[in-house]
Design a protein around this ligand. Sequence first.
Ligand code: FE
Length: 192
Amino acid sequence: MERAAPTRETIVDLIEDIFLRRGAESYLGEQVTMSEHMLQAARLAEAEDGSDAMVAAALLHDIGHYANEFPEDALEQGIDNLHEIAGGRLLEPFFPPEVTEPVRLHVATKRYLCAVDPDYFATLSPASVHTLGLQGGPMSPEEVRGFERSPYRDLAVKVRRWDEAAKVKDRPTPPFSHYRPVLERVVRAGPA
Ligand code: FE
């Protein structure tokens, strides 16, 4: 059945529905499910006193795995599913760039950090190393310069580091409902 396009009034319900209905799916060979991963990332953002937008970006960075046209096991099949693009596109009508840019950039940020931070690669999980190859590998010096021009690069790096740290088996987190008010505040403030 074709789903009606989300609106400002329904986007948080749609996101909640994705978490509750699909969140238990495995996360590409990680030790955590997709919702555990995204909730752990949000928790890390909160623990560092991240703004509402930063907590929302951490919580939603992988939402595009559920909002793209590729088969769910695309990455396992060796196909880049471009989930960061799909996530950015889903969120962009409702969320500000402080949320959508770290989401859209989170794969580029992995490629960036691999190029500029010699210690970063060791923090990647095996599944993340595997997808790095599909995603283009570490950035070239020219790509690094382009990335560094983004006004959202520092935010994107923070979200990416929370992403890496959010794959701990059985680490308890608050449920999605804890973050609903955060999302509602960010959506109420609007996209621009
Ligand atoms: Fe992630």
